[in-house]
Design a protein around this ligand. Structure first.
Ligand SMILES: Cc1cc2nc3c(=O)[nH]c(=O)nc-3n(C[C@H](O)[C@H](O)[C@H](O)COP(=O)(O)OP(=O)(O)OC[C@H]3O[C@@H](n4cnc5c(N)ncnc54)[C@H](O)[C@@H]3O)c2cc1C
Length: 571
């Protein structure tokens, strides 16, 4: 008995990183390689579609920008935890990717001289975010999807959720996937894999992610023996629209929008006198938290304390041309028009700097398995990512890993042997333990409880006491009797998928909390009230969390420092 399906390269996830990897693998292996793209949602429902503000790259060195400057901004933004060799590779490859997308049809915004336009994002010394209105992700995804469809050696498997990776003697050999439409569990054999399942997503309730963004890929890689790196670093974006949490892009501040408190004061002048609203996200989010905590918040919808993002200073024309998407969100979801009124905002969970540990080539600890995009930690983002670097990272490491996976297949012709029995444990769990069994506790209440726990114990500021409470709460949540799905139907049983997601969320939440507890310093997005200073002597290190039955085992490795020794971050 073999696998249900054989492919050469299995790409798991179809966001920017997955699509870019699939195209590169198909291009390198044309005629010889079959690429399967397995994705939990429909392709164009991937979170990347909602990227708004821009994609960073140095395009005009003759006008004053430089690779060196992009590299330094990124390393400083990361609070010196990024691997500098990876950042150097990143800034070098970024311009190629912008031009490659252009050739594939990406409608980049233009300057008056016809060249690709760029705007400021936080922490940048030069405006280097390329954009398309404020819908950059939608246009990038459409461009990549159209391109991928031209390759007849790329096969899409939409609404196939990977539930486990198949690994034998440390080597990747395929995956087990749940086909949502039919409820069938498939074994897929593959000679190489690229994991591109995005970040940990909705572990928090006030978040910019869609409902389906959950840490599946992180969990299955962790269970397969790949360590998770730097998971304590969770990015809170300063401007989540109240009450929905929908993102108001940093480009709104890049275009000149300002943040004000209840006294109408531009409070950022007290926190980052030079960069003001365009300081990196960790700094702006902490400033906002402090303003609200010290009583200078404004009363937002539903009585929620928030601050004002004022775009009225930009004028109607600029807003309509460059920020049309967020204007629509504000009108539809908050009933205000940012041309006339300030937007109520507060910091919102938005991005995970951590991910599956990879080397500079995107290879994980599992041989034959690469990871790219938000699920991976290369690491160029260290303790804090700069806005507009993530979409670029997806493109750069999508291309690198797709190529590497294809070359691996070309060099290793033997198909791996996968048996139907490889899926036995998961089939038992899904068919015997979950389907048709009424849970004693409502899984959606459990999900909410988990999110509330993360909001309350591991948010912008953390301390030992809250983190210990969080760990205790997550362990209690794990014991709760939510594992069951009343509906025994196999067709589109979203309830079943949600229960599986909650199981994975619990494990990844535990990794985040334990990694945060162990890092007894403040660096980038990890701000400890009980250890307010950065401690380069003991913690200029990446955290690695390995799965064990008793919970994560933590180890540390040093970051790669080539050019820039750590200094104090001032903006
Ligand atoms: C609202 C918003 C706006 C943003 N704006 C910007 C911006 O302007 N600039 C910027 O640089 N960054 C931005 N970011 C960050 C950036 O968009 C993301 O980090 C990036 O798009 C992630 O892409 P990805 O390819 O790694 O994964 P995603 O786009 O998150 O896609 C994940 C994919 O994995 C699939 N998947 C998940 N689980 C499974 C499973 N179990 N089995 C199979 N498939 C699975 C999903 O179906 C999906 O296709 C933004 C993020 C958000 C949330």
């Amino acid at each position: 008995m073999g696998a249900d399906l054989d492919v050469d390269v299995a790409v798991i996830g179809s966001g920017l990183a997955g699509l870019r990897a699939a195209i590169e693998a198909a291009r390198v292996g044309r005629e010889k390689i079959v690429v399967g793209v397995f994705t939990k949602t429909q392709v164009m429902r991937s979170h990347s579609v909602s990227a708004e503000g821009g994609t960073a790259a140095v395009l005009y060195p003759e006008e004053g920008d430089s690779l060196q400057s992009h590299m330094y901004d990124t390393v400083k933004g990361s609070d010196f935890l990024a691997d500098q060799d990876a950042v150097e590779l990143f800034v070098k490859k970024a311009p190629e990717e912008i031009l490659q997308l252009e050739r594939w049809g990406m409608p980049w915004a233009r300057r008056d001289d016809g060249k690709i336009a760029q705007r400021f994002f936080g922490g940048q010394s030069f405006p280097r975010a390329c954009y398309a209105e404020d819908k950059v992700g939608f246009f990038e995804m459409s461009t990549l999807y159209d391109t991928a469809l031209k390759y007849d050696n790329i096969h899409f498997y939409p609404e196939w959720a990977a539930v486990s990776l198949l690994v034998e003697n440390g080597k990747f050999k395929g995956l087990v996937a749940l086909e949502l439409k039919t409820g069938k569990i498939h074994t897929v054999s593959a000679k190489a894999g690229v994991l591109a399942t995005g970040g940990a997503g909705r572990l928090y309730s006030f978040a910019t992610f869609g409902y389906s963004s959950t840490p599946d890929g992180l969990y299955i890689a962790y269970r397969a023996g790949a360590p998770l790196k730097d998971m304590e670093f969770v990015q809170f974006h300063p401007t989540g629209l109240v009450p929905s949490g929908i993102l108001i892009t940093e480009a709104a501040r890049g275009e000149g929008g300002i943040l004000t408190n209840a006294n109408g004061e531009r409070f950022m002048k007290r926190y980052a006198p030079e960069k003001m609203e365009l300081a990196p996200r960790d700094i702006v989010s902490r400033a906002m938290y402090n303003e609200i905590a010290e009583g200078r918040g404004v009363e937002g919808p539903g009585g929620v304390k928030c601050l004002h993002l004022d775009l009225t200073v930009l004028g109607a024309e600029k807003i309509k041309k460059k920020l049309a998407g967020i204007r629509e969100y504000c009108m539809r979801l908050a009933g205000i028009d940012p041309i006339d009124e300030p937007i109520p905002v507060r910091p919102v969970a938005h991005y995970y700097m951590g991910g599956v540990d990879t080397n500079i080539g995107g290879a994980t600890a599992v041989k034959g398995l690469w990871a790219a995009g938000e699920v991976a930690c290369v690491s160029i983002n260290g303790a804090n990512r700069l806005g507009s670097n993530s979409t670029t990272e997806c493109l750069v490491w999508g291309a690198i890993t797709g190529k590497a996976a294809a070359e691996h297949v070309l060099a290793n012709h033997n198909q791996t042997t996968v048996n139907k029995s490889d899926a036995a444990a998961i089939e038992k769990h899904i068919y015997d333990e979950l389907l048709g069994k009424a849970p004693k506790e409502n899984p959606y209440d459990i999900r909410q409880e988990l999110q509330t726990t993360m909001e309350q114990t591991c948010h912008i500021y953390r301390e030992e006491k809250s983190l210990l409470q969080g760990i205790d709460a997550v362990r209690k949540i794990r014991q709760k009797l939510f594992r069951g799905v009343v509906d025994s139907s196999r067709y589109y049983n979203t309830n079943l998928m949600n229960v599986l997601e909650i199981e994975m969320m619990i494990e990844v939440a535990e990794v985040i909390l334990i990694s945060a507890l162990n890092r007894k310093e403040s660096r980038g997005a990890h701000a400890r009230l009980d250890y307010p200073k950065r401690d380069d002597v003991n913690f200029l290190k990446h955290t690695l969390a390995y799965y064990t039955e008793d919970g994560p085992r933590i180890e540390y490795i040093s970051p790669v420092i080539t050019e820039y020794a750590p200094t104090e971050r001032r903006y």
